[in-house]
Write a protein that binds this ligand. Structure first.
Ligand code: CA
Length: 227
């Protein structure tokens, strides 16, 4: 049974989540403040953490920093609207995923499953082919296939897709994509959006290709088609 720690200060929210995730078959622990979150994390060693960013005592970012000092446990951060800079900081500090309130339990459960599968799979070998649904990207041969169909990608589009596939279905921050594909001295962030558009066009023509979803103000993620 997957054990999840919910760190959320709003009582009605916290309790509703605990009941809903319990009904989905998770073992649920809860914490109402940042400080309690750190304590509970150390005591309970959960398999996954759902972390609100706006918390009393210690902020969600402080809790995340503290967790990352000792553990690679998947952490899904939750934010209210208007705190997107915090979300980017959280992703840079090693959060695995991000949900904006209000979100559905169905969406949350899907993200939990993605994050936990990802952590169980462990780190992949540098040159191992990456797989996402029907898409296979082989860093060794520079080949991309959707099912049996080969897709020819220029170097930057290939690098961009590789970053997204390495993160599975999780969000990759714009800054991370720009730094890793164009180098840390990139100047025009619009080039990222242009490359995403080109990739999308190629994927739209290929049956079963992943979709590249824009996470406004934050970055991009892959999803399976039709979801
Ligand atoms: Ca809160």
């Amino acid at each position: 049974m997957l054990r999840i720690l919910i760190v959320e200060d709003e009582p009605s929210y916290r309790e509703a989540l605990a009941v809903a995730l319990g009904a989905e078959g998770f073992a649920v622990e809860t914490a109402a403040t940042g400080r309690e979150g750190v304590r509970q994390f150390q005591a309970a060693h959960p398999d996954i953490v759902l972390l609100d960013l706006m918390l009393p005592e210690l902020s969600g970012l402080d809790v995340l920093r503290s967790i990352r000092r000792e553990s690679d446990v998947p952490v899904i951060v939750v934010s209210a609207k208007d705190s997107e800079s915090d979300v980017v900081s959280a992703l840079e500090l090693g959060a695995d995923d991000y949900l904006r309130k209000p979100y559905s339990i169905r969406e949350l459960v899907a993200r939990i499953r993605v994050s936990s599968r990802r952590s169980q799979a462990g780190d992949t070998d540098e040159d191992e082919p990456l797989v996402f649904g029907d898409a296979v990207l082989d860093p060794g041969t520079y080949e991309v296939r959707i099912g049996a169909v080969a897709i020819d990608l220029p170097r930057k589009e290939f690098a961009l897709l590789r970053q997204l596939m390495e993160r599975g279905g999780r969000i990759v921050a714009r800054e991370t994509l720009l730094d890793s594909v164009w180098g840390i001295h990139w100047t025009d962030s619009k080039t990222l959006d242009q490359h995403v558009r080109r990739l999308r066009r190629k994927f739209e023509a290929a049956d079963g290709a992943p979709e590249i979803v824009t996470v406004r103000g934050v970055g991009y993620r892959l999803t399976h088609p039709g979801r």
